[in-house]
Design a protein. Structure first.
Length: 256
């Protein structure tokens, strides 16, 4: 049992404390000195515990899920409206939300967050989202899509961002990016534009071939139809006016 007459072993102004110890095990200290020790020790202990948690093993993945996580490719953030499925990582405080959407602008609005909160978007949908949820399961906050922004999560985000943009430029596009503007200008008053016709007009954007053009159009959420008719004829793949209207509204000019 504690000795009610034991004196605190703490030092005050170079001399021994004169207070009765609050407890004698393991070290007899009075209440003020116990608080002082706690203030010095507990924060460090919490930091060590958090560090140990950050180093915890990541969640187990099936082979297919592991491939999805490893091969996930960062793509530009699209804020123009509807787009192809994208997995997003949105930061808020010391946590991130990992989900997928076909309209990131609306999703941000429903969360009352800003585009600057988006730290990563990946090409993919529900399967990739589930794989990432399983991969970062040790950091998941209850049964939600929110996760602690622990070191492994942050590292994954930074690695994917760096791979997609080695120069460090942000992967955020406005509703009227240069490619979108070029497509709209090429369509003009026509029903659409064939990829073969569009390609020479976007070469200055670093798009050397049709495959790259398809990838860039997909990143913008612009679908490519396998066959379509324009004033040049029918039977070739291209971008249809109706799809642009659905994505960007009825005005297909590039003045705003």
């Amino acid at each position: 049992m504690a000795d009610p007459t034991a004196r605190c072993l703490g030092m005050d102004d170079g001399g021994p404390c004169t207070e009765i110890a609050t407890a004698t095990r393991p070290v007899p200290l009075c209440t003020p000195h116990r608080i002082e020790v706690a203030m010095g020790v507990v924060p460090d202990a919490l930091r060590r515990a958090a560090g140990a948690l950050d180093g915890a093993a990541l969640g187990h993945l099936e082979e297919r899920q592991a491939r999805l996580v490893e091969r996930a490719r960062a793509v530009p953030v699209i804020l123009a409206g509807a787009h192809a499925p994208r997995v997003y990582v949105i930061e808020h405080g010391h946590r991130v939300k990992i989900g997928y959407t076909t309209n990131l602008r609306d999703r941000l609005g429903s969360l009352c967050l800003r585009p600057s909160n988006v730290v990563l978007t990946l090409q993919g949908g529900l399967d990739l989202e589930r794989a990432l949820h399983a991969y970062f399961a040790p950091y998941r906050l209850d049964d939600t899509e929110w996760f602690r922004y622990a070191a492994p999560v942050r590292t994954y985000v930074e690695e994917r961002t760096k791979q997609a943009s080695p120069s460090g430029e942000e992967l955020v596009l406005s509703a009227r990016s240069e490619l979108v503007a070029a497509v709209m200008a090429a369509v003009g008053a026509d029903r659409g534009v064939h990829l073969g016709t569009l390609l020479p007009t976007v070469a200055h954007l670093g798009i050397p071939d049709r495959e790259t053009l398809r990838q860039r159009l997909d990143a913008e959420g612009i679908p490519v139809r396998r066959t379509m008719r324009t004033s040049e004829g029918a039977g070739r793949s291209g971008v249809h006016r109706d799809d642009l209207v659905r994505l960007f509204g009825p005005r297909l000019d590039v003045s705003n």
